[in-house]
Design a protein around this ligand. Sequence first.
Ligand SMILES: [Zn+2]
Length: 417
Amino acid sequence: MPAPVRPGVFVGARLLDGLSPDAIADGILVTDDQGRIAAAGPAARTAAPGDVDRIDLTGLTVLPGIVDCHVHLAMRLEPVHDQAQRSATDLVVRALQTGREFLEAGVTTVRDAGYTPAGIKRAFASGAFPGPRTQVSCQPLSQTGGHGDDWTPSGMVVMTEMSDLPSGIADGVDAVRRAARLQIRAGADWIKVMATGGVLSAADTPDASQFTIDEIRAIVEEARAAGIKGTLAHAEGTAGIKNALRAGISSIEHGDLIDDEGIDLMLERDVPLVPTFSINFTLMDAGRVARGEVPPWAVEKMKYLFEHQQGSFRHAVERGVRVVMGTDSFNGMYPPAELAYMAEFGLGPHRAIQAATIEGARLLGLADQIGSLEVGKQADLIAVSGDPLAEPELWRDPARIVFVVQGGRVVADRRGA
Ligand SMILES: [Zn+2]
């Protein structure tokens, strides 16, 4: 079990609180014995207790811990003959490893967007295994032949069965209600809906809309009735994005082919966009294609989407759509790079930080607990070398995030490495 939380005082760093674009040049941040922020401000005006651990972060910039609202902790990209060898135990072990790696990279909170059982969330919350604060979706809901249907013409279905990942394949209003209830019974905080086709599904296209509005509406109703966090839609094509929005979805994932009418709906309903640029580059990576991890037809779909997404994302940002960071990261990916992508593709460095901190916290219903460096919130923070406002590219370099704290506990310290 982890050691008890000790109060600390972090000195010498610039503070970026996640809210203001102006950094505090010589800041102090004090944490209490409950792992919360007791004080944060300029050294000249912030009292620091003398009898606590003193951590020198001179030359670093301190920010809130990263919130990634679209990950898949149990997944990995690998050739199908390797996937077929994975047992449920292997996937659980992988999810625990990936959670630890993401946490040590600075990701202190995640929303898992599918294929991770609720037991993983409980393992991290217990403190027995280091990992992000985690909310799960269990098994995504998909229509027959949809983005979440792993059937292949050979009859082979590569899907690892777990008692707490009930099937999400359903058709018709009554059946999708039951599928949603099965996920909720298994501990889902969110219901993930496949509202369009996708890149890695062989039998559909990203333009195809999946589920009817009535089906999605029934799923949204079940989530609301149960009082879980909400619903998220895998939505790439124009029509499916709008179906999901009209049905009352809580967030749009990817959103590559969104048009002005879709943007109108997002603004009207105050629904955030979770763009997931990281997965684009992962799926277009020539090495992964050469190793058989990504089929060539998927690369073609990805290129088509990304060509459109660069324009549609910038346009959505200009029109005022709220953006939340999500990466579609799984084992072997590096979520913080998404901040560099968001900054580059239209959000700019400061709003990218907000998307990765306070906006994520808002979407997850945790804005009173995390997402900014404010007194009373959990001390989830990272320290990076350099100024991420002047140099957002630093988010691509794992060597630049040198210090990670979660709930007042130091979980990574690479100062001097
Ligand atoms: Zn995903």
